[in-house]
Design a protein around this ligand. Structure first.
Ligand SMILES: NC(=O)c1ccc[n+]([C@@H]2O[C@H](COP(=O)([O-])OP(=O)(O)OC[C@H]3O[C@@H](n4cnc5c(N)ncnc54)[C@H](OP(=O)(O)O)[C@@H]3O)[C@@H](O)[C@H]2O)c1
Length: 238
């Protein structure tokens, strides 16, 4: 038990929508939650003991500093769990993607999580905690998701490095979900059309993420049946 109030503490980035919001709802009673998102306020009822941090992760070090300030203000010095889940991407021909979009995808999905993980190390170490990185089946290479696939592939390599560096001190889980029925596809400019109906719900994916964490698995590809369909849509390897 990490927190003075007797609850373990979990940080979730990208907790304002989709998978992150489903995890936050699922864990609201079990954990004291530190939730982050880009929007100024949390879109749901925040549990009384939770902390919400608004930080644009494309801002790199400034966003990490905001999260660290919020932990300090809430007198949280230990984390049992940190789920780096926030993600973004653009769907389309890579030759049409502009420099700002490439930079945003790589910073939100990869560069800022790398920096944040380093800064969360002492918090996680004090609690013998676990870092969970949310990747994607697209990391194997996915047509029309080039920058996104590159960011998630980089995260996979980062997880492998951390497992060596943090071995025996902090657990590291790399989770690659298959397609989830969230707003991410619309934001990315991709219309999955009728395939959307067979995507995993955020709640179902949150349950699978929880099982993976409870089993202390180092790596998991979740939603395999749907993942195979993702392979059919995008030609992804994983
Ligand atoms: N949906 C899928 O099919 C799928 C499949 C495989 C993997 N994933 C991965 O699963 C994770 C969650 O995706 P999702 O489907 O739940 O997406 P989502 O519904 O679009 O939610 C994305 C979350 O990330 C946050 N976020 C995005 N850009 C941000 C930024 N610049 N700064 C701070 N926060 C930012 C959003 O915050 P705001 O709402 O405040 O903007 C939101 O909380 C991502 O890492 C994604 O790559 C998704």
């Amino acid at each position: 038990m990490s927190d003075a109030r007797g609850k373990p503490v979990a940080l979730i980035t990208g907790a304002t929508a989709g998978l992150g919001l489903a995890l936050a709802r699922r864990w609201a009673l079990r954990y004291r939650l530190v939730l982050t998102g880009r929007r100024t306020s949390f879109p749901d009822k925040v549990p009384e003991d939770a902390v919400y941090v608004s930080a644009d992760l494309s801002a790199g070090a400034d966003a990490v500093a905001s999260i660290l300030r919020a932990l300090d203000a809430a007198s949280i010095d230990r984390l049992d769990l940190a789920v780096l889940n926030a993600g973004t991407g653009r769907y389309g021909d890579p030759f049409d993607e502009d420099a700002e979009s490439i930079r945003e995808t790589l910073s939100v999905n990869l560069a800022t999580p790398v920096l944040l993980a380093r800064h969360l190390f002492p918090f996680l170490e004090r609690a013998h905690g676990r870092l969970v990185l949310i990747g994607s089946v697209a990391q194997g290479g996915s047509a029309n998701l080039a920058s996104y696939a590159a960011s998630k592939g980089g995260l996979e390599a980062f997880a492998r490095a951390l497992r060596e560096e943090w071995r025996g001190r902090i657990g590291v889980s790399m989770i690659h979900p298959g397609p989830i029925a969230t707003g991410m596809h619309d934001k990315a400019g991709f219309d999955p059309k009728r395939m959307r109906r067979i995507f995993a719900s955020p709640e179902r994916m949150a349950a699978m993420v929880e099982e993976t964490i409870a089993a202390e698995r180092a790596r998991a590809v979740l939603g395999l049946g749907r993942t195979l369909r993702h392979k059919l849509i995008h030609g992804a390897r994983f």
